[in-house]
Write a protein that binds this ligand. Structure first.
Ligand code: NAG
Ligand code: NAG
Ligand code: NAG
Ligand code: NAG
Ligand code: NAG
Ligand code: NAG
Ligand code: NAG
Length: 536
């Protein structure tokens, strides 16, 4: 029995027979999620014996043993490919099996680099004649190929592992495939973030957008301004991210080909900043006297820009990625309007009473600060809406306008020649009864009116998990496998992945793989997994 939204009780309706048939064959529904661009498989099967299985570097490969990104990936993927063996359940069988080798070759030795906006993730994977070969331009592409290989392997009822003869050529449709976590509204333990990075790699996401601070708390422990977190975090010791925590997140991401994109949102969404940085926020007035409350960052004081310059200098050295997210959304003008000093500044600057000009002035300053640090800015779409002058390389992040309005914004912004990132249809913190993954799956990021040139300016998409109602207790089941639906939209060829009914069994199987890997992904609908979550 279930209670539907109108409060009536009833029996869940199985909307198709397909579902039942799929459950029977669940463990032979070989599928890779997200679907590779080109995938040919055959019934020819090879048995994999963990004691006769190895990863090796091709002789031609630019990366060789000692390459940390690949050496550590081999260890991880060995455990993922042989879950029984590594968790101690597998019988140590000695067999006469011929060794099965996976030979990896990459064109470039970028083992010590960080993945960046231009990193190739292409790979070719061939399984045939009792061996596999994986070729990629970069180590990041090799990581994607290892993930695919791990998903091709399946177990029979006796725990033996198999892989079929397969030929894959693969690359992402969009270069930027992100997940946003919000660590201000609730503090997320570092372990939770690391685990999310693991799961992101399983769906081939490649950017972690860390919305690290906001109104409620400032958990980032700054070297230059330690008071920001000692006064602005929920707790100065237990609810902060130290420099070493941040380094762990960056390194964990790097080893999985995931960029870490920090967001320090201003001038709005900064209440917590004011606790540790006096005179940063605008004092609001009631009539002719200060009311004791504070508004957005004070754009009228030179000290504001000196502070921001020092802070962003630190941030740009701590986070290696070439992008920084500067926020710029939802600025409430009421407090600025109430403040006589701000109004005087407006007069001096010739802004009249147009507060969008003041905001534009502020954002331009912040964008200039990041440019001078050789970083590319990402800002929320609000900045485009009132700004006349933003550097052409700024990326606009679309978050408004569901169900349909975001298409117009895509059109408008790309027409101006600016690059965009689409988040609006993937606000996954919103929940509802039923299979809402359909909504995330059927998004068509390029279905807006515009030229081919305009469409090329859509660099990718982002799944947002805002934290008002989310902390470590419910993050994982709310995120997975729903975010994976968006992952396929952003990676795979749209033409081969437009049908939700066709995708369903593969996604259901992928969700079982997530459970098997220790990711507490919620069910999509009625069904079962061979290895259920044990609830410990
Ligand atoms: C893999 O091989 C098995 C055994 O021949 C076959 O039943 C199955 O359909 C194959 N899977 C794919 C995806 O080719
Ligand atoms: C990526 O490529 C573009 C175009 O060639 C270049 O301007 C940009 O600096 C590159 N980014 C990085 C991080 O190398
Ligand atoms: C993959 O194979 C195609 C076709 O043979 C080839 O053009 C391409 O360069 C290969 N890509 C990689 C990353 O090896
Ligand atoms: C930002 O930089 C541009 C280009 O150097 C300059 O024209 C503009 O005046 C700067 N804006 C502000 C607010 O300083
Ligand atoms: C930015 O890049 C320029 C040109 O490559 C270089 O001269 C300058 O030192 C860099 N600035 C910073 C802060 O890294
Ligand atoms: C693109 O969107 C429009 C309007 O939402 C819709 O009518 C049309 O069918 C979509 N195009 C495709 C190819 O699905
Ligand atoms: C998808 O199909 C359409 C219509 O057949 C075609 O124009 C387009 O090139 C295809 N896209 C890809 C990425 O294959």
């Amino acid at each position: 029995m279930y209670v539907d939204r109108s409060g009536r009780c009833g029996r869940p309706i199985l909307n198709s027979l397909v579902l039942i048939i799929l459950q029977v064959g669940l463990h032979t529904v070989e599928g890779v999620w997200p679907l590779p661009q080109s995938f040919i498989s055959s019934p020819e099967q090879y048995r994999l014996n963990p004691q006769a299985f190895y990863f090796g570097y091709g002789r031609q490969s630019a990366a060789q043993p000692g390459c940390t990104v690949l050496d550590t990936a081999f260890k991880r993927y060995f455990s993922l490919i042989f879950p029984d063996f590594s968790s101690g359940y597998g019988a140590l069988r000695f067999s006469a099996d011929k060794p099965f080798g996976v030979e990896i070759s990459v064109d470039r030795d970028d083992c010590e680099d960080y993945p960046n906006e231009n990193s190739s993730e292409r790979y070719n994977l061939t399984v045939s004649n009792g061996r596999a070969s994986l070729n990629a331009e970069t180590v990041w592409g090799a990581l994607r190929g290892l993930e695919t290989l791990s998903q091709l392997v399946y177990q029979d009822d006796y725990g033996s592992s198999y892989v079929n003869k397969t030929e894959i050529e693969d690359f992402p449709r969009f270069q930027f495939r992100a997940i946003l976590l919000d660590t201000s509204r609730h503090y997320l333990p570092v372990q939770t973030i690391l685990k999310t990075l693991d799961a992101m790699a399983y769906s081939k996401f490649n950017v972690f957008h860390w919305h690290i601070v906001d109104d409620p708390s400032f958990p980032y422990q700054s070297r230059t301004f330690p008071d920001l977190s000692s006064k602005g975090a929920f707790h100065p010791m237990t609810h902060t991210y130290t420099q070493s925590d941040v380094r762990r997140v960056i390194s964990h991401g790097r080893l999985r080909g995931i960029r870490i994109l920090p967001e320090f949102d201003s001038p709005g969404h900064t209440k917590s900043w004011g606790k540790g940085q006096p005179d940063l926020l605008t004092p609001c007035y009631k009539g002719s006297t200060p009311s004791g409350t504070f508004g957005p960052v004070n754009p009228a004081l030179p000290s504001t820009y000196e502070f921001m310059t020092s802070l962003f200098k630190e941030i740009s050295s701590v986070f290696p990625d070439s992008y920084i997210h500067l926020g710029g959304d939802e600025v409430d003008f009421t407090c600025w309007r109430s403040n006589p000093d701000v109004r005087k500044f407006m007069q001096n600057m010739g802004f009249g009473s147009d507060f969008t000009k003041l905001e534009a002035y502020y954002m331009e300053n912040i964008v200039n600060i990041t440019s001078s640090l050789n970083k590319t800015s990402i800002v929320w779409q609000d900045v485009f809406d009132y700004h006349e002058r933003i550097p052409k390389d700024t990326v606009l992040h679309i978050w408004k306008g569901v169900p349909a309005k975001y298409q117009e914004e895509l059109s408008r912004i790309t027409k101006a020649g600016m690059r965009v990132l689409l988040a609006a249809p993937w606000y996954i913190n919103h929940i509802s009864y039923g299979q809402d993954w359909h909504n995330y799956y059927t998004v068509q990021p390029l279905n807006f009116s515009g030229t081919e040139e305009q469409k090329k300016l859509v660099i990718g998409g982002e799944v947002c998990m805002w934290g008002e109602y989310v902390d470590a207790t419910n993050l994982t089941p709310r995120l997975w496998p729903r975010a994976s639906a968006a992952a396929e939209r952003l990676w795979s060829n749209e033409n081969q992945t437009f049908n939700v009914n066709k995708a369903f069994p593969r996604l259901q199987d992928f969700r079982c793989k997530l459970l098997r890997r220790g990711i507490q992904a919620e069910p999509l609908f009625v069904g079962h997994c061979k290895h259920e979550y044990q609830g410990i």
